[in-house]
Ligand binder design. Structure first.
Ligand SMILES: NC(=O)c1ccc[n+]([C@@H]2O[C@H](COP(=O)([O-])OP(=O)(O)OC[C@H]3O[C@@H](n4cnc5c(N)ncnc54)[C@H](OP(=O)(O)O)[C@@H]3O)[C@@H](O)[C@H]2O)c1
Length: 229
């Protein structure tokens, strides 16, 4: 059994926490408002869940999910995350997060920004391209014909293996897209972002996506800077 820490316990953090508990892990949840505001979620998740501060969740997690708005990245407890495998779900929505010049001109990627902020953390980009309702329902046992694949990216091969193992435990195949700088291939508005997992009814009607289909979608990714002029 592993302890998974959560910094951010909303749509995605809360969903990954449920999947983690159901696959036999302990979870330590945190948010910005304090552990007392997570009582309902902890109750729903049961005995293997508890709430703490973000610093405690970082320190206690063998693996830590960071699932906050990009604008909150500067608040992350970097010291406690040093050396940890960090699963980064963060996306960039300028209307929510404010404009970041390096992301607007695509000279860097969201996960590289997170990694730069978290010196020494072993950041792996994962769960960022799938909407919470799909992540909530598409998990399947290993070997199932309709198992869904999720892309990952990271600079630390060992950390990526750990994350692939975690994905397998919670019901997903992982597809390694490469180093963090390659994470743009499944950032917002690329062909592999969110929509592959939408069925005919859209976001609330998830459909499985195989590794082969995901590979095709990733291959269709185009950088916006390459589309202009
Ligand atoms: N929703 C999706 O389907 C989806 C899919 C893939 C990726 N993402 C990305 O994943 C991230 C989380 O998305 P979400 O939809 O789960 O958001 P959400 O439901 O709004 O949850 C955000 C969580 O982050 C916490 N938080 C905010 N600022 C914090 C801080 N300074 N320190 C600690 N915790 C903080 C919030 O706590 P409080 O509520 O206490 O402020 C909340 O628990 C975003 O970057 C999003 O773009 C979302």
């Amino acid at each position: 059994m592993t302890t998974i820490g959560f910094i951010g316990s909303g749509n995605i953090g809360g969903t990954v926490a449920r999947l983690a508990v159901e696959s036999g892990h302990d979870v330590v949840l945190s948010n910005s408002r304090g552990p007392e505001t997570l009582v309902d979620l902890v109750q729903r998740l049961g005995d293997h869940a508890r709430a703490a501060t973000a610093d405690e969740a970082a320190a206690e997690g063998d693996l830590v999910v960071v699932s906050v708005p990009l604008k909150a990245v500067d608040d992350l407890p970097a010291e406690s995350l040093a050396g940890k495998v960090v699963m980064d779900t963060v996306n960039y929505y300028p209307e929510r997060d404010g404009h970041v010049a390096e992301l607007d001109d695509e000279s860097t990627t969201t996960s590289e920004l997170v990694a730069r902020r978290l010196t020494g953390a072993r950041v792996v980009k994962v769960f960022s391209n799938i909407a919470a309702p799909a992540l909530d329902t598409l998990g399947r046992p290993a070997g199932a014909a309709d198992r869904t694949a999720l892309p990952i990216a990271g600079d630390d091969d060992e950390a990526k293996q750990v994350v692939l193992g975690f994905l397998d435990e919670i019901g997903y195949d992982g597809l390694d897209v490469g180093v963090l700088a390659e994470g743009w291939r499944f950032q917002r508005d690329t062909a592999a972002y969110a929509t592959p997992y939408f069925g005919p009814g859209g976001r609330e009607d998830p459909r499985p996506v195989s590794a082969d289909e995901l590979r095709t979608r990733l291959g269709e990714a185009v950088r916006y800077r390459d589309m202009s002029g």
